[in-house]
Design a protein around this ligand. Structure first.
Ligand code: SF4
Length: 207
C-alpha cells in the first residue's frame, strides 16, 4: 500500500519494481514469490538457474515443474537448461575447509552463486529488480539470503525485491499439490541427497 506523507506518495520497495526477475529454484517454492511479484509489478519473469541440483534426472524434473508452473500461472520464464554441476561442486569445495562440505557453510556459496547469476541477468536485461524463491523456504537461512541479495543489489545496481514469502508456506504447498507439480524430497545438491538417504526422511527440502 502506498504511504502519503507531506503530500508525497511513497511506494514500498516491493511495489516500486516495474520489471522484476525472480530466481526460480523449483516449481513448488516459486508459486508464492511469483504470485506476489505479479501482484506488485508491471512485468514479471522467472529465471530457472540451479547448477546445484544432482543428478540430471532430478534437474530435469525440477526444470519441467518450472515450465509447467510458467504455463499454469502465465508467467514468462528464462531457463538455464545446461546441466553443469561440476562448477558448483568446485565452488563449494574451494570455500570449504572441511573434507565434507557441511550444510549451512556450503549453502552460502549455493545461495550466492544462484543469486549472483540472477542479479547479473536482471542488470543485463534492464530489469528494475530481482528476487528469489529461496525466500519462500523454511529450510534455508533466510537472513543470509537477504544479506547476499542486498549486497548483490549494490554490486549490480539493480534492486533486491525482498519479501518474507514463508508467510505463504502452507498456501504454496496446497497450490503445488492442486497443480500436480513435482515436489522434491531433498534440497538439491549431491550432499543433501546423501543426507536425505542417510536420514531416511526428507532432509532440508526446498532448493
Ligand atoms: S543443501 Fe540446498 S542450499 Fe545447501 S548447498 Fe545443498 S542444494 Fe544448496
Amino acid at each position: 500500500m502506498a504511504v502519503v506523507e507531506n503530500g508525497l506518495v511513497s511506494v514500498p520497495s516491493a511495489c516500486a519494481a516495474k520489471r522484476i526477475l525472480v530466481h526460480v529454484c523449483c516449481g513448488p517454492c516459486s508459486i508464492m514469490p511469483l504470485k506476489s511479484a505479479l501482484a506488485h509489478s508491471a512485468e514479471v519473469c522467472g529465471f530457472f538457474h540451479n547448477p546445484n541440483i544432482h543428478p540430471y534426472a532430478e534437474f530435469k524434473k525440477r526444470l519441467d515443474a518450472a515450465k509447467t508452473l510458467s504455463r499454469l500461472i502465465s508467467v514468462k520464464m528464462i531457463y538455464d537448461e545446461a546441466y553443469a554441476p561440476t562448477g558448483f561442486i568446485k565452488g563449494v569445495k574451494a570455500r570449504s575447509p572441511d573434507k565434507y562440505p557441511q550444510y549451512g557453510k556450503r549453502c552460502l556459496y549455493c545461495y550466492a552463486s544462484r543469486l549472483e547469476a540472477t542479479a547479473k541477468a536482471a542488470a543485463h536485461n534492464g530489469f528494475d529488480a530481482f528476487s528469489s524463491s529461496l525466500l519462500y523456504s523454511r529450510y534455508q537461512n533466510h537472513e543470509k539470503i537477504r544479506l547476499i541479495g542486498n549486497a548483490l543489489a549494490r554490486k549490480y545496481k539493480v534492486s533486491f525485491y525482498y519479501e518474507d514469502f514463508r508467510i505463504g508456506w502452507q498456501a504454496g504447498i496446497t497450490e503445488s499439490k492442486s497443480m500436480g507439480l513435482y515436489r522434491q524430497r531433498y534440497c538439491g545438491c549431491v550432499y543433501s541427497k546423501m543426507e536425505s538417504k542417510a536420514n531416511g526422511k526428507h532432509a532440508k527440502k526446498g532448493a
